[in-house]
Design a protein around this ligand. Structure first.
Ligand code: ADP
Ligand code: MG
Length: 303
């Protein structure tokens, strides 16, 4: 189990993270979400041992994670960290980058393992390509495969699919997260993309103003968001009598006590998102077609 106990940290006098407490079970996938600047990357770096804590402790099983003041070489063999900058060797091939830290005394094993990981990140067609000739998203995939090469017990991923285009993203997410689950690798993912979280995280943490404001399953946080900030992570929502409703929980009807005025319609694929004004506030409703700007509507809440 990973244990974070009463952790506080700031780069300067100002605290970035204050008194965090949480645990992550072995083999679990934990998502860390929060606005830009909320401290997601900082938290991953602290877990990795990149900085000294101002206060608190971090343990992986019985090992206390130490920062640079107490540890000559940053990091531990059981933990890998894929940062937002991936730090690869540009002049050697994809497979050589991945296999670089595997023992050359077991060439067959090394080749098998490298092949397996090239497949996990779906880079079979580029195995022999020099990394300098890859796109940003392809480099990101090499960095993930390299982190997995020596079978870490725990993997820290910082916005792991941020550079990867939408054509590839979904299948890559499934491939990587399924691989981690199958191999019992504990995983902590910092993300601002709900698609990294919804189908994959066992639990999620929401960071806001130096604190954890929620820790629960994606299911619970989606269905009963305790604050607009949490709802905003999942989608467009409206506040009606201080309650939060997603766009699909409201419905346009012939008659009701709720009246609004259409502002704009946005094509969503399956439906349209109607932006309207209701009591001087923005209101979002899913609808099967676009509506004329300025037209009056009535809406209801779907139970
Ligand atoms: P996130 O990953 O959620 O966007 P970060 O952890 O990168 O947030 O940043 C949290 C806060 O710490 C921000 O206010 C950021 O400006 C500050 N910060 C991040 N890295 C450094 C650094 N190396 N030195 C000083 N301040 C930093
Ligand atoms: Mg970050």
């Amino acid at each position: 189990m990973l244990q974070i106990k009463n952790l506080s940290f700031g780069y300067t006098e100002t605290e970035v993270l204050s008194q965090l407490d949480f645990t992550v079970g072995v083999g679990e996938n934990l998502a860390i979400i929060g606005e830009s600047g909320s401290g997601k990357s900082t938290l991953l770096k602290l877990i990795y041992g990149e900085y000294d804590l101002e206060q608190g402790e971090i343990f992986w099983k019985d090992t206390k994670i130490l920062g640079p003041k107490f540890n000559l070489v940053i990091g531990y063999d059981f933990m890998k960290y894929v940062s937002q900058e991936f730090d690869l060797m540009p002049y050697i091939s994809v497979e050589d980058n991945i296999g670089k830290f595997l023992s050359r005394f077991y060439p067959e094993e090394k080749e098998k393992r490298t092949k397996e990981l090239v497949k996990v990140v779906e880079l079979e067609a580029f195995a022999k390509t020099k990394v300098k000739n890859l796109s940003g998203g392809q480099k990101q995939r090499v960095a993930i495969a390299r982190a997995l090469a020596k079978a870490p017990e725990i993997l820290l991923l910082d916005e792991p699919f941020s550079h990867i285009d939408n054509f590839k993203k979904q299948s890559l997410r499934r491939s990587v997260f399924n691989y981690l689950k199958q191999n019992g690798i504990t995983c902590i993912v910092a993300s601002h993309d709900k698609n990294d979280v919804l189908g994959f995280a066992d639990e999620m943490i929401v960071l806001h103003h130096q604190k954890i404001i929620a820790k629960d399953t994606p299911d619970n946080l989606y269905n009963t968001p305790k604050s607009p900030l949490i709802a905003a992570f999942f989608g467009e929502f409206s506040l009606i009598n201080d309650k939060i409703y997603y766009a699909h929980q409201l419905k346009i009807v012939e008659q009701s006590d709720f009246k609004a005025t259409v502002k704009r319609s946005y094509f969503n694929g399956q439906t349209w998102l109607i932006e309207a004004r209701f009591n001087e506030q923005a209101l979002f409703i899913e609808h099967h077609n676009a509506l004329e700007n300025g037209s009056p509507i009535h809406f209801d809440i779907i139970a």
